[in-house]
Design a protein. Structure first.
Length: 356
């Protein structure tokens, strides 16, 4: 039995100086159909190898490593995201849990596949997609990078004082529910009345700071969700803030949370609006969590009509759970509502200072 030719050599042939020359298989040189077929197969094979090599080695992104820019190959599914600049040390917590620093923003924490950006004070913004690892590099999902991180990072700047601001933005406050719509009712407490008082105190403190403030309602009357969003659009509000109290069937959940529009809705607004919106949600959560509520549930995205139809930066604030005894007692306290209004107003002031 003769020596067998390796499969790759039989497919692609032995190296030679050109397409001509001796034929080790005895097929002869010329234009025989078999030789023509084999040449085409060889050419196809080399092209296929070249394509596979390009796909394997890219796409490339640029990352910083100790002050130098070096190319780092990205693999699926990270190729669908955007490279996070390197230089961030990663600490493994458990197999699926880790965190790393994101300069000027905080830490990215991943727990059980759910990613969030968390500040030193404990406030956090929940991301929509997993964070992917490729070698030593990390990538956010494309939606989170372009819809959340990039516009938000661009807003993380601050003016020196309120006096440095040219024009204070108009704030539209939206007390949830009203009239025939009582909202959540727990132990005789109606959400609509608590929301109205929270909005009144927020507006009071904002006006003391010099802001122009409007309300979707200042009495117990019904206003449709669509009309609330249209009011914000007509007046081109600098920020639309919808104020609510939460309630669920269980008495366990508690704490404050802030909603911004869903990623699908955010595609219809500019990066400027998206950035202002994310920043507003973060600032409000930070202030409410600072000495007011020990339970922070994060900045989340929600498909609420008042957020979805607003063409201006819009957030929806849930000040606590009426279904939780501790939260309900706090929300029933007029002093707490006054402090919550002041914290919201201070957050809006901090938010406004980002853009000058």
């Amino acid at each position: 039995m003769g020596k067998r030719t390796p499969m790759l050599l039989r497919l692609f042939g032995r190296p030679r100086s050109g397409w001509g020359g001796s034929d080790p298989e005895g097929e002869g040189v010329g234009t025989s159909p078999l030789r023509s077929f084999r040449l085409k197969v060889r050419l196809f094979g080399w092209v296929l190898l070249a394509i596979l090599f390009v796909l394997w080695s890219g796409p490339w992104r640029v990352s910083e490593e100790e002050g130098q820019e070096v190319p780092i190959p990205m693999e699926e599914p990270a190729a669908n995201g955007r490279q996070i600049r390197a230089g961030n040390r990663v600490k493994l917590l458990r197999e699926d849990d880790f965190h790393f620093n994101l300069p000027a923003l905080g830490q990215v924490i991943v727990q059980h596949g759910v990613a969030e950006i968390r500040s030193a004070s404990g406030s956090f913004l929940i991301l929509e997609e997993p964070v992917f690892q490729t070698g030593e590099s990390w990538s956010l999902g494309a939606q989170d990078y372009y819809g959340t991180l990039a516009p938000w990072a661009g807003m993380r700047r601050r003016a020196r004082t309120m006096d440095a601001m040219d024009v204070l933005p108009t704030i539209l406050l939206d007390p949830g529910h009203g009239g025939v719509d009582s909202g959540a009712v727990v132990a005789g407490q109606e959400e609509k009345r608590l929301c109205l008082d929270l909005a009144e105190w927020t507006g009071y403190w904002l006006e003391q700071m010099g802001f122009s403030v409007s309300w979707t309602r200042r009495e117990d009357r019904y206003v449709s969700l669509g009309e609330r969003a249209r009011m914000a659009n007509r007046m081109k509000a600098g920020l639309f803030v919808s104020l609510h109290c939460n309630a669920v069937d269980s008495s366990q959940p508690r704490g404050v949370e802030v909603y911004i529009r869903s990623l699908s809705s955010s595609r219809g607004v500019s990066d400027d609006v998206a950035g202002r919106e994310v920043t507003a949600g973060w600032e409000i959560l930070e202030r409410l969590g600072y000495g007011l509520s020990p339970n922070i549930r994060g900045v989340r995205r929600g498909n609420f009509q008042v957020l979805r139809e607003a063409e201006v930066p819009a957030v929806l604030v849930e000040y606590g759970f009426l279904s939780h005894p501790g939260d309900r007692a706090a929300l029933m306290d007029p002093c707490y509502r006054t402090r919550a209004g002041a914290a919201t107003a201070l957050a809006i002031r901090d938010w406004a200072l980002r853009f000058q």
